[in-house]
Design a protein around this ligand. Structure first.
Ligand code: SOE
Length: 392
């Protein structure tokens, strides 16, 4: 079996998820398109890099990502760092001819995303951006039903991505609240997942009308650690620093195909943990998905008789997308890990077959354009074009 040497840059939550997927993907997808060799991992200090190598099964470690990008033995660069380093690493990796997967959002700004997109196009490498939720089998099943015409012409997409890890004003000021590192707040971090779902399931977004707010303008300064996601509370004596990104976004969308929709995203919705949902209405039926119940897809088909029409639950299993490679009966439990395993499978398959994979840097760049339009519309109060149709 072909082997791909992986250089993983970053050692946090995403490094854990990606390392787990590299190790286990061939156990699910057999024969796998390629086997991952966990070659080198990079983190900020030598101690944390060493620990990450031991924990995630990498042969070598470094504190300088350039060691990995310049290593001729490395085939794949996996970017799992905070958003401010995605562009520099990806552009260097593309120049070095590496295949690239980057965590989301692709970049802090549209211009960074554009440079990254141009770099992978001119070097001809395979590129992917890790909007993993579209690889939940129930979401892929929704795509299948829509493509087959089971719910007719799509009229409406209603999406939410609600979390509560930053609802407490004492949840610390991690990099996710700093514009110079993150680029934006809930918009880039989580609304982009909903935007990815909307584009995947319905089509390109042409225009938006948006409201963005920052409700918690300052937070306790985080003394150490990169990303506590609300699990560490600072007490009132800790000095506070300024939040200069959005907390909440609500926007209406018009799709190029005439469908309309709405998306809400915030990390301050008490009681919502990973409430990534969509409801899609078509001329012949409706589909509802909630990631907190990710084994299930709710479907309603208008053709069902008047006396039995209503939402029913389909539990995903072997008869559904990716299902044969996962678990032998429905409802055994699909998790975040499975989405990353499937993502790795599709990425490796694209590398081996030399084909494109979605979502890729083009999608990441277009999502950045949509985010720009959302930010602009929220300032002006006007419907704003995304200009996605001008790309290419
Ligand atoms: C924090 O909001 C976060 O870790 C996001 O950055 C991820 O993309 C999301 O999937 C889980 O929550």
């Amino acid at each position: 079996m072909k082997k791909l040497n992986i250089g993983l840059i970053g050692a946090g939550f995403m490094a854990k998820a990606h390392s787990m997927a590299y190790a286990t993907m061939p156990m699910f997808f057999h024969p796998a398109p390629a086997e991952a060799v966990r070659r080198t991992i990079c983190d900020v200090t030598i101690e944390s890099a060493k620990e990450a190598a031991e924990r995630y099964g990498f042969e070598k470690y470094t504190t300088d990502w350039r060691d990995i990008v310049n290593d001729p033995e490395i085939d794949v660069i996996d970017i799992a760092t905070p958003n401010d380093s995605h562009a520099e690493i990806a552009i260097a990796a593309a120049k070095a001819g590496k295949q690239i997967i980057s965590e989301k959002p692709l970049a802090r700004t549209t211009s960074e995303a554009k440079e990254m997109y141009d770099a992978v196009i001119s070097s001809g490498v395979i590129h992917m951006v890790a909007f993993n939720y579209r690889r939940t089998p129930a979401v892929a099943l929704a795509k299948k039903y829509i493509s087959e015409g089971s719910i007719g012409k799509v009229l409406n997409f209603r999406g939410t991505y609600l979390q509560d890890w930053s609802a407490d004003p004492n949840s610390p000021l991690s990099w996710r609240f700093k514009k110079d590192i993150a680029g934006s707040g809930a918009l880039g971090d989580i609304a982009t997942h909903s935007i990815d779902m909307a584009r995947y399931l319905v089509g390109e977004i042409a225009e938006v009308s948006a409201l963005s707010q920052t409700y918690i303008p300052e937070r306790p300064i985080q003394s150490s650690g990169s990303d506590k996601l609300g699990t560490v509370k600072s007490n009132d004596n800790v000095p506070k620093g300024k939040v200069d990104v959005d907390d909440e976004n609500l926007f209406l969308v018009k799709f190029e195909n005439g469908a309309v929709g709405s998306i809400e995203a915030t990390r301050n919705a008490w009681g919502r943990n990973n409430f990534l949902t969509f409801e899609i209405h078509g001329t012949l039926g409706s589909i509802y998905f909630d990631y907190e119940k990710r084994d299930e897809l709710q479907v309603c088909f208008a053709k069902d008789g008047d006396d039995r029409r209503g939402f029913k639950t389909v539990f995903t299993g072997p008869n559904h997308p990716y299902g044969e490679s996962l678990w032998p009966i429905p409802a055994l439990g699909i998790g975040y890990g499975e989405t990353k395993i499937i993502e790795t499978y599709d990425f490796f398959k694209a590398i081996v077959d030399k084909t494109e994979v979605s979502p890729n840097f083009e999608d990441g760049y277009k999502i950045a354009l949509i985010c720009d339009a959302i930010a602009e519309s929220s300032k002006t109060g006007l419907w704003t074009k995304t200009n996605c149709n001008n790309v290419k």
